[in-house]
Design a protein around this ligand. Sequence first.
Ligand code: UDP
Ligand code: MG
Length: 309
Amino acid sequence: MELLSVIVPCYNEEENVFDFYHELMKNTLFFQERELEVEVWYIDDGSKDGTAARVKELVAQDARVHLVSFSRNFGKEAAIYAGFQKAAGDYAVMMDCDLQDPPSLLPEMFSYLGQGYDSVATRRVTRKGEPFLRSILARAFYRLMNRISRTEIVDGARDYRLMKRCVVDAILSMAEYNRFTKGIFGWVGFETKWLEYENVERKKGETKWSVWKLFLYSIDGITAFSTAPLALASIMGVLFCVLSFLLIGFTIVRKLLFGDPTSGWPSLVCIISMISGVQLFCLGIVGQYLSKTYMEVKKRPIYLVKEEI
Ligand code: UDP
Ligand code: MG
């Protein structure tokens, strides 16, 4: 028998804990045919509702279910990492608790592993049911990210992935503090099969991601997988040098021809304020990287466990 570890990050998902379990276990026949044992790891990311209590009820019913509770909310990335650390399986799969990652896709995903792929990833082809602003910003982020990073980050990719042990070990070897899972998957490589499906809307409860939270997350993603913004400062510096030489030439010529040295005060103010804006912007970029480095250097644990069953 081989073992499949199912990793489920949950943050305030009390309504979904049971639904998810039942949906997953609809694959029981497939698991038997494929000679797979299953373990389910619910990672309770510091939920403030009854999520942990619900999972404990499941643990009492089914010995294959496990719970790890964090001491506070550490974010989905930390939950995913904890799940990978706990997973003992020959295969591991990550799924959201809200059933947006349909467990019914598992048999198809396993069929691709049989064809020599190391991991099977999913991507949604539509963003149906998602707020307009969110879709636009998400698209813009992926376009920018793929232009400035060498790591491929697929638009619409979900965190729903099935992978072999070798991929899990590769991901575990990346013990960085600022975790951007979508980038980490791209970075480790391996043969990946992409499965496409229509967006499924969340069954119950609300999304845990506001536009602002997503914006901060996108900055994490950019600083974690690209250093291109740092080069921006140098490029702009060179551009402004060229511009200033042109302006010096222009001023000298104008002085010689027309002899009018004192005019140009408004343009001077414009130039000064613009360049100081650019300088502060560049300084801010450097600050972003510095702060990430600072957090990385501290080597704080990625998560803290309050309880494990
Ligand atoms: N999640 C988490 N910690 C967080 C935020 C979310 O573990 O701080 C979990 C959440 O419970 C869900 C999954 O991550 O299982 C995806 O979250 P959500 O459905 O809110 O995001 P969306 O699907 O809207 O992008
Ligand atoms: Mg969701």
